[in-house]
Design a protein around this ligand. Structure first.
Ligand SMILES: [Fe+2]
Length: 356
């Protein structure tokens, strides 16, 4: 056995080539003590060649959601909870209160006679009404009474409260840009002293004033829509007419984009939404885009293949397609799909991409 001596060091110690990994690890440990890390060890995960979503495809059946959210009606009042909402947690992001990487989604229920008290926050919110009739959202002085399929906007810092003057529970999908706002660490919120805000406008005023091809003279240019409620009664006949006119996208069906009538842009700077009608027997071509998207089946029945995961949907089911996952819709009945994503925020930053 060779014994290292002062005269034979080169034979007993590994040369630089064979010892380089140990030298690197020693170096990494020393720079870590000074709060640094080598970029070359994390480069490929930090800057992947294509988007890699942390989120998973997922679907919530309305039958399950409804019975569970109804059960919460006996456990806590809307006033006590402030908002009686069950968060839709993406199964790959449990505990993070998000359904995509940038968006929160929840199912809210308000019982007859209840009030969800007035507040405001930096996060923008939308509601897509699933079940019930006649509860209201009061936003910026307008009390919008809601019906299934209505799409209601509560912009950044707009005071809002909800009440149910009907005799049935009302259930809707809430989507908020909370994870995006918290990413920027820009969340502010406040409650008001009175549970309901004074309203000065009639139900439907904002849709009539701004959503009819004319604008109030001198309407200020703002980067989000002044319309409170894009009613299903107004929007559904448009997608139906579009479908009958043959204007059917090969991936999305006969689809319209909810627009800010002031500038034609998205309804909110952080979130944009669409409504699409798929003819019976529709077989959509595969599509992908960088905006993780939440879908609601407003009517009909079908399925969406998301990179091999098949999500079977029916009325009021909610499902999510993560960023850059290839998906294709099929409709076994004539169907209407609502969808919402963070596409406007990505477009504003020059990041949004799609591939067909
Ligand atoms: Fe709110």
């Amino acid at each position: 056995m060779a014994v290292a001596t002062a005269e034979t060091p080169a034979k007993s110690q590994p040369d630089r080539k064979h010892n380089i990994e140990a030298m690197r690890q020693d170096y990494y440990a020393r720079i870590a003590e000074r709060g640094m890390k080598p970029l070359w060890t994390v480069m490929s995960s930090l800057i992947p060649d294509e988007p890699v979503s942390r989120a998973a495809p997922a679907l919530w059946h309305f039958g399950d959601v409804k019975s569970l959210v109804m059960e919460s009606g006996g456990l806590i009042t809307a006033e006590e909870a402030k908002r009686r909402v069950l968060i839709l947690e993406n199964p790959a992001l449990r505990g993070e209160s998000r359904v995509t990487n940038s968006l929160f989604a929840g199912i809210q229920m308000i019982m007859p006679g209840e009030v969800a008290p007035a507040h405001r926050h930096a996060s923008s919110a939308i509601r897509f009404v699933l079940d019930g009739e006649g509860a209201y959202t009061a936003v910026e002085g307008e009390k919008a009474f809601m019906s299934p399929g209505d799409f209601v906007i509560t912009a950044n810092w707009a005071p809002h409260d909800h009440g149910n003057t009907s005799d049935k529970p009302m259930i809707w999908l809430d989507v908020l840009d909370v994870p995006a706002v918290n990413f920027f660490e820009t969340s502010f919120a406040e409650d008001f002293d009175t549970p309901t805000q004074a309203t000065t406008r009639e139900d439907g005023d904002s849709l009539s004033f701004y959503g009819s091809g004319v604008l109030p003279d001198g309407a200020p240019a703002i980067n989000r829509t002044p319309i409170i409620n894009y009613t299903y009664a107004r929007t559904r006949p448009i997608v139906e007419r579009l479908m009958h006119a043959g204007d059917i996208d090969k991936s999305h069906g006969a689809r319209v984009r909810y627009a800010n009538p002031i500038n034609g842009g998205p309804v909110l700077p952080t979130m944009g939404a669409n409504l699409a009608m798929l003819p019976k027997g529709f077989r959509g071509e595969p599509y992908r885009s960088t905006d993780g998207t939440i879908f609601v089946c407003a009517e009909g029945e079908g399925s969406t293949d998301v990179d091999g995961d098949v999500l079977e949907w029916g009325p009021n089911d909610v499902f999510v397609v993560p960023s850059w996952k290839r998906y294709a819709h099929k409709a076994s009945k004539q169907s209407v799909l609502f969808s919402i994503s963070d596409r406007p925020a990505q477009e504003a930053l020059g990041l949004w991409r799609e591939r067909r």
